[in-house]
Ligand binder design. Sequence first.
Ligand SMILES: *Cc1c(COP(=O)(O)O)cnc(C)c1O
Length: 415
Amino acid sequence: MPRRTVWHPFTQHALEDNVPTITRGKGAWLETDDNRRIFDAISSWWVITHGHRHPAIVAAVKDQIDKLDQVIFAGFTHESAEKLAEKLVAITPVGLEHVFFSDSGSTSVEVAIKMALGYWRNIGHPRSRIAALEHGYHGDTIGTMSAGARGVFNAAYEPLLFDVIRIPFPHAGREQETFDALEAACRETPVAAFIAEPLIAGAGGMLMYSSAALAEMKRICERYGALFIADEVMTGWGRTGTTFACNQAGVTPDILCTAKGLTGGSMPLAATLATSRIYDAHYSEDRARTLFHSSSFTANPVCCAAALANLEIWENEPVLDRIAKVSEMQEQNLTALVESSSRFLNPRRIGTITAVDLDVADGGYLAAAGPALRAHFLAQGILLRPLGNTIYVMPPYCATGPDLSLVYEAIRSIP
Ligand SMILES: *Cc1c(COP(=O)(O)O)cnc(C)c1O
């Protein structure tokens, strides 16, 4: 394989050389420089919600860049960020009242962890133990890898990762094990915060659990004073059928992380939302209690304008109806797929996301099937990127019935 100047993420360049050049995106489709069309069945890595280049988002970006491209956000503010923060507080679970901007899902989680530790230190009862749900994925920085599941993707960095208390995943029928472990962990050492992806562990294999389990985990945290961090980086913005996954459990986390679909997937922006309890613990005439976090592009105006346009789309267009329709089509396709062959195991769906496990001898992320599957799908004009032997479909909400038929036909025709 030729060596490449560009070093791609999660890519073994010695083995993967088929890297199409994408020239355009429109709706749920991508176009290559050699005029192929590819259906974006994973929303360009879980970010695109309404489709590529939604006109309202494109217009907002153009309008904003003509006025203000970037400005320091410490000691200064701008209208797009102010309006966006108001709208975020209104659309997220009741009780989240303060918005801290950053630029990726990983940084939104780093900020959440720093907010939690800052809270305990500032109220004079330092706690630093983090509990995390098994199979979690929270990003690829050292802190977020520490909170996330360990595996081949972070083995080299393991010596630098901090210890967390791992809470077993609340698989259906085994939820009590989770509750008992969480309770035991909280009793053993005071837990600063418990972090979980609500309702579905995404990168961990599209593993789903009940809203009742989510609500109970939150109750246990409350009982022991542990802060509950909901990582909604993937689950937010309708993926699970509701605007946020926490809505299904009637849960307001102490801290909520959002990124990916925050701008409709068009621009990099993230936000960490907190209750007034967290904010107030940092609000002080003592400078030492400041939330010491910043990145150069915090609340970049163009990204904020894109996010604001996204929120207006949520207000003005029947987004939840589209989500319901995509969810229903997904369910029908999944049922038909599983009926067509016994090699598709553990069919599952939450909202717009479906997943099945392909019956292969060698499971796990490095399953030899992975690259071959990707190549098969690409040859059919479909962008799918299985997690090991788990094939999942997470389309933008503009996906049509015929689009999804193509996707499931490609899955059915795996050699
Ligand atoms: C993708 C993801 C992240 C990391 O977001 P980046 O923008 O890639 O840094 C964090 N948490 C969850 C649940 C994710 O799915």
